[in-house]
Design a protein around this ligand. Sequence first.
Ligand SMILES: [Zn+2]
Length: 326
Amino acid sequence: MTGYPENRLHRLRKTAGIRNLVRETKLSVNDLIFPLFVTHGENIKTEIKSMPGNYQISLDNLPREIGELTSLGIPGVLLFGLPGEKDETGSSASFRHGIVQNAVRVTKDTNPDILVITDLCLCGYTIHGHCGILNGENIDNDKTLDIYIEIALSQASAGSDIIAPSGMMDGQVGIIRKALDTNGYTGTAVMGYSAKYASSFYGPFRAASDSSPSFGDRNSYQIDPANWRMAMREIQEDVDEGADIIMIKPALAYLDIINRARATYNHPIAAYNVSGEFSLIKAGIAAGTLDAKTIILEILTSIKRAGADIIISYHAKEAARWLTEG
Ligand SMILES: [Zn+2]
């Protein structure tokens, strides 16, 4: 048995050289995905108040945005659309030339190599702001799945690389996989929002995407924050239904879930560092109590250390600048 004073762990921390050599987790720009909010209209670039540096942008401004992300080396985007019209069933979500479908085309025309992930949900497209079709005040899971199929096919036909259903309907990954396969989109991947919690950290996003529920909450379909075994069951369902990538959302208050999923599954794991996590940090930086570069890189590294391969984050652009400047 040896111990102190023969063992001195400080030896491995003495210089930047040795710290670099023994660092276990290395964050890279290749790990990052940037979420984008696209909207109708011309020459629109409206900053989202609670999310500084993030904008709602119109399609004519999208090539410049994609150009910037490309020059930063960010490998992919996650697209959210703000539709021109909303109704009870969110029909504009599956329009052939809907806002997201057109954004996919513009993105791919600008840079065919950038990875395009499309969020698939109804909350931004329905007048009631819920993620599915309602029967009275309750979600009708199975009718919602029929609509999800239409949205998935419209997104795949526009050229989306990865369809990402976020509505937490039972069976969503399986029916989308089947619909893609039977319609010739066998190469289009599915990333399940597998363990999506009913979280308060989504507040700023709902303002950004205009998707707050007009009544009630999402506790009947999203996971109770107190549960980890339920998250593992949700992930297992998505794995069984053919998900290519599994996702945990939010990230920071759920690092234990990322870590448990990493220990159990061999699938790539994505973690969504959500709007409320971003806004908290930005508020701390604005108040002068946190240092931007060190706090943001620490957070993103912790998500990777927990087990995530892919980090979806509103910090992606600033992190990419720091990571590539060395
Ligand atoms: Zn939704």
